[in-house]
Structure formats: structure tokens, C-alpha cells
Design a protein. Structure first.
Length: 163
């Protein structure tokens, strides 16, 4: 049985595709690529059909992550097929929980940095869009830090499932 994770930020061109790429690499390193499906989306549709921001692609490439992303908007109907919806900041968390058709679906939404160890005081991954390259590097570091704990959590969820 496949465990499905979707990362969500505002426009799906910076933070969420970065988280998708990093987490996909972690899942592949763990040998779980046949059991975990990863994608991303935005709370809005402003960039639907566009590639990831070139600065996102650049920082991912510099660190050896694969990219190949097309932006899309998160749809409430997706909750039914997803096991976990990972918000990149508290604004996304609130928006996604409002979109959730049921309380069970709302409980599927978690903040990415809640998986970081130790858990930071500020759980938001700042939006690098309006800044320079250093913001994209900082975003990558936060995503990488949280991905280890997220992978551990997903492994735990997979333990009781039939492969």
C-alpha cells in the first residue's frame, strides 16, 4: 500500500517543490520509493503550469537534488487519496484545514518544521520569493533539517501497512 504525501506552499514554485525534491531524495535513499508517493501544490493557482522558480532549481541543483516540476493548485478532493499534507507555514496550515472536507482530513495537515529535531520555536519556512539567493539556501537548510524527522514519521506509519 502506498503512503501519499503532498507538500503545500503558496504558489508551488519555491518552498513546496523544494520540499518535494528533498523528501523524494530521502525516500529513495531509504529504499522506500516503491511505498511512498510525493508531490506538491500551492494554495493558490497563480503559477499553475509553470516550472519551479529558477532560484529554487539553482539551489537544488547545487546540492545534487533532481528537479522537474510543474506548479498546480491544491484541490480539496485530494484529501481522500492523501495520507499526509505538509504545510510550509502556518498560513498554509490554516488554509488547508479550512479546505478539508472532514475533521479527519484536517488532521492530515502538519507543518513541515514540526518534524525538525529539536522542534524550533518558529515552525514557518519563510517565503524566499521576494529575496535573494540566501533565502533559498536558508529554505533548503530548513527543509533538509525537517526531512529526517518526516522520514522517520512516514516509516513509522508504514510499519503496520502491507507492502
Amino acid at each position: 500500500m502506498t503512503y501519499r504525501v503532498c507538500f503545500v506552499c503558496t504558489g508551488n514554485i519555491c518552498r513546496s517543490p523544494m520540499a518535494e525534491s528533498v523528501f523524494r531524495a530521502r525516500v529513495e535513499e531509504a529504499g522506500l520509493e516503491d511505498r511512498v508517493e510525493i508531490d506538491s501544490a500551492g494554495t493558490g493557482g497563480w503559477h499553475e503550469g509553470e516550472a519551479a522558480d529558477p532560484r529554487t532549481v539553482s539551489v537544488l541543483d547545487e546540492h545534487g537534488y533532481r528537479t522537474g516540476h510543474v506548479a498546480r493548485q491544491f484541490q480539496p478532493s485530494w484529501f481522500a487519496r492523501l495520507d499526509l499534507v505538509v504545510a510550509l507555514d502556518t498560513g498554509h496550515l490554516k488554509a488547508l484545514r479550512r479546505l478539508a472536507p472532514t475533521e479527519e482530513d484536517a488532521r492530515k495537515v502538519r507543518l513541515l518544521r514540526s518534524y525538525a529535531q529539536p522542534t524550533p520555536d518558529d515552525l514557518d519556512v519563510p517565503d524566499p520569493y521576494y529575496g535573494g539567493p540566501e533565502g533559498f539556501q536558508e529554505c533548503l537548510e530548513m527543509v533538509e533539517e525537517a526531512s529526517t524527522g518526516l522520514l522517520a514519521s512516514v516509516r513509522e506509519q508504514l510499519e503496520g501497512r502491507i507492502a
